[in-house]
Design a protein around this ligand. Structure first.
Ligand SMILES: NC(=O)c1ccc[n+]([C@@H]2O[C@H](COP(=O)([O-])OP(=O)(O)OC[C@H]3O[C@@H](n4cnc5c(N)ncnc54)[C@H](O)[C@@H]3O)[C@@H](O)[C@H]2O)c1
Length: 255
């Protein structure tokens, strides 16, 4: 067990990739702060998975797009477990629209969760580590779309591109404190965010043709890389992105 004695906060951990990360970090020995926005039953399901490993979980309701709730989330976690060691910025949303018809409300919704939320949850976590003079690990769940264009999802791409530069910048600024920060960038993973795609055989087939490993990823594929980055095996790794995409990002072939 690589994370014994550690406490991890996983944002948006009531389903999908976040739920798998919470369960996997618990398997490695960490206690888990489970954050959800509206899906309480999902958070309870995550808690059951965490407890099945013998570790403790603590559920907190917080909207990552609202800075006061973000601060409250970190404070509740610290109050409950006494400290935090690992932050996984997983919560994220996307909105599909032609660029010329994106509404301000949709733009704000995406950027508030995917970038502003990540920024301020990370800031509050770092303040806690500096105040308590401890090292820690930050892992951002980014996307292949921090590199790869995704037409009709420009606000999403802008948010993930922002996370990429945040990761690089903070690696330098936080390195002297022994705090590492890395991103894990999934390709196409089987989660509720992809429900439409999963139910469209034609689109799904076209996508699979672009994935050299020939399958969609599973939330566990992402969680295992997060577990590595959260552990001391990755102590000398900071400021970089790990793509978990079956080879999708760099796939180019001439027919
Ligand atoms: N599934 C994929 O193919 C894929 C690919 C690349 C990147 N990602 C990224 O992985 C992360 C997880 O996505 P997923 O596939 O598990 O999607 P999902 O929709 O299943 O889960 C997203 C989670 O974020 C939470 N969330 C959304 N808005 C929130 C808010 N305002 N406050 C708190 N929590 C909020 C949701 O409640 C949910 O638990 C996201 O950042 C997403 O961009 C997913």
């Amino acid at each position: 067990m690589k994370l014994e004695g550690k406490v991890a906060l996983v944002t948006g951990s009531s389903q999908g990739i976040g739920q798998a990360i919470a369960a996997r970090l618990a398997q490695e020995g960490a206690d888990i702060v489970i954050d959800y926005r509206s899906h309480r039953e999902g958070a309870e399901e995550t808690l059951a998975k965490v407890e099945a490993t013998g570790r403790s979980g603590f559920i907190v309701k917080a909207d990552l797009g609202v800075v006061s709730e973000v601060r409250q989330l970190i404070e509740s976690g610290i109050q409950h477990f006494g400290k935090l060691d690992i932050l996984v910025n997983n919560a994220g949303i996307e909105k599909n629209a032609d660029f010329w018809s994106v509404s301000e409300a949709d733009y704000d919704a995406v950027l508030n969760v995917n970038l502003k939320g990540v920024f301020f949850v990370t800031q509050t976590f770092v303040q806690h580590l500096i105040e308590t003079k401890r090292t820690g690990k930050i892992i951002n769940i980014s996307s292949v779309h921090e590199e790869l264009p995704f037409p009709h999802f420009t606000s999403y791409c802008a948010s993930k591109g922002g996370v990429k530069m945040m990761t690089r910048n903070l690696a330098i600024e936080l390195g002297p404190f022994g705090i590492t920060i890395n991103s894990v960038a999934p390709g196409a993973i089987e989660t509720p965010i992809n429900t439409k795609l999963l139910n469209d055989p034609e689109k799904l087939d076209a996508l699979l043709k672009n994935i050299p490993l020939g399958r969609l990823g599973k939330p566990q594929d992402v969680a295992s890389v997060v577990a590595f980055l959260a552990s001391s095996d990755a102590d000398y790794v900071t400021g970089t992105t790990f793509f978990v995409d079956g080879g999708l990002l760099w796939n180019y072939q001439e027919q």
